[in-house]
Design a protein around this ligand. Structure first.
Ligand code: NAD
Length: 466
């Protein structure tokens, strides 16, 4: 009979403890969530080096895994519900639509098109090649949408990605990154292609911006973070703030314009950077437009005292008060003592052009209506209201010349004609989806090829069969 000595017990206990710790570490690593930024980046770099050995077919498969995980109905529901709960912003059905669009309509490996020249001197190609580790900073307004969208594009282009989510969206960002890593691991992808840190913070984002293994920074957020990445000394893509004007002229289909504007400006409680933030309408059709908007779920605030009360509540100098960003129209109205009729989804208020509702990027369903004398004055004011962000503008008109003139004058990355603003990111409009619209740095609607380097391969004297 074998004797169990204290020494044996000590050995067994030590072995069990070692096993538990090792399993915990393995789980932590394959979850992609690391205690500190340096460990996260080092792990992502190792993942990227392994990823270089994968085929384009593998990449396409991994992209499909990201889409599939995001599109599981329970996951769509969970992401939307949890993001609303954690951030206190937006609404569940529209967040489901946004996540779905990100998962279904973000381009994958097919976006990487090789250019080639062949002739007497041989064959030269330009191939779209990965950067390596990308540092991606994501906003609170589209937390999971941006992770899905960026992850698909960045992984398709052959990179690994370190996310720096908004601290106010930590829980749901962790949940998604964990899910994606688990599914990628099951599909045989290198561990840690998508990573983040336990405690997202400005300090961690700064550490990421300075880390030597991070080759490209992609910032989706307000002016502060865009300026920060552009000052980092690294290649950076900045997707910054907007303040999209919607211009309505006398030739517009007013009934449709009114519905489109209410749909766009109330979408996810006006959180998208692309949403209509103010309307400029020519005087002869202004009353009709408002009348039609009211039929579609808008509530007009007419009393100047109530308008002033709402300004005092939601505007702080040149900024929106964060606590009210992304709240619903009914909540905002209740806060100033107004009980809105059922079905209210947007507050409208006719104001002069020089009003905070026009000037400030509110990101809540409160829409300024400004009456202008003609379409040219509307264009002048739309350009001013957009603040030179070159982000998004909307116009309702059937006059091709007026539409063309506006597009040339406003110089926005997205110009939606005769539709709701979200048509510009592929929801009900042609074209692919993105949640990172790089106006300041000029890449425009980002996709896999944006997150890549162009590399030239030259074969001299051969493989020309012409
Ligand atoms: P935000 O700028 O407060 O935060 C964005 C991200 O940057 C967060 O992860 C935040 O933690 C980080 N951050 C902000 N300032 C920082 C600093 N100084 N140093 C380090 N990290 C910093 O923006 P938000 O409130 O989450 O999102 C709303 C803003 O983002 C709006 O202005 C909106 O227009 C813009 N946005 C733009 C796009 C686009 O594609 N162009 C998309 C979504 C949102």
């Amino acid at each position: 009979m074998t004797m169990i000595t204290p020494e044996t017990v000590r050995k067994v206990v030590a072995e069990v403890v070692r096993e538990v710790v090792s399993r915990r570490e393995q789980t932590a690593a394959s979850d992609g969530i690391f205690a500190d930024m340096d460990s996260a980046i080092v792990a992502a770099d190792a993942a990227w080096r392994e990823y270089l050995g994968c085929s384009m077919k593998d990449r396409a498969r991994f992209v499909k895994v990201i889409r599939d995980v995001s599109l599981v109905p329970e996951n769509l529901e969970y992401m939307a519900r949890s993001a609303v709960e954690e951030t206190g912003m937006g609404n569940v059905p529209d967040k489901i639509a946004k996540n779905r669009a990100a998962a279904e309509l973000t381009p994958g490996t097919e976006d990487l098109i090789t250019e080639a020249w062949s002739g007497d001197d041989g064959l030269t190609t330009i191939e779209i090649s990965p950067f390596g580790v990308i540092g991606a900073i994501t906003p609170t307004t589209n937390p999971t949408e941006t992770i899905i969208n960026n992850a698909i594009g960045m992984i398709a282009a052959g990179n690994a990605v370190v996310f720096s989510p908004h601290p106010r969206a930590t829980k749901i960002s962790h949940w998604l990154i964990r899910k994606l890593n688990q599914a990628l691991a099951e599909a045989g992808a290198p561990a840690n292609l998508i990573v983040t840190v336990t405690e997202p913070s400005i300090e961690n984002t700064n550490a990421m911006m300075q880390h030597k293994l991070v080759r490209l920074l992609v910032a989706t957020g307000g002016p502060g973070i865009v300026k920060a990445v552009l000052s980092s000394g690294k290649k950076a893509i900045g997707a910054g703030a907007g303040n999209p004007p919607a211009l309505v002229d006398a030739t517009a289909m007013i009934e449709k314009a009114a519905k489109d504007i209410v749909d766009g400006a109330s979408f996810d409680n006006n959180l998208p950077c692309t949403s209509e933030k103010e309307v400029l309408v020519v005087a002869p059709v202004a009353d009709l437009l408002k009348f039609e908007m009211l039929k579609n779920g808008a509530y007009e605030l007419r009393d100047p005292e109530l308008i002033a009360k709402l300004v005092a509540l939601i505007v702080d100098g040149r900024h929106a008060v964060p606590d009210w960003v992304g709240k619903s129209a009914t909540v905002l109205l209740e806060a100033i003592g107004v009980t809105a009729p059922p079905g209210t989804r947007l507050v409208i208020a006719e104001v002069p052009f020089d009003h905070p509702f026009v000037r400030v990027e509110l990101m809540m369903p409160v829409l300024a209506i400004v009456r202008v004398k003609d379409v040219d004055e509307g264009m002048d004011l739309a350009v001013l209201a957009e603040h030179g962000n070159r982000h998004t503008a909307i116009m309702h008109s059937t006059d091709v010349n007026a539409l063309t003139k506006m597009a040339k004058r406003i110089q926005t990355t997205i110009f939606v004609k005769n539709g709701p603003s979200y048509a510009g990111i592929g929801i009900g409009g042609e074209g692919y989806c993105t949640f990172t619209i790089a106006g300041p740095t000029g890449e425009g609607l980002t996709s896999a090829r944006t997150f890549a380097r162009r590399r030239r391969c030259v074969l001299v004297g051969g493989l020309n069969v012409r």
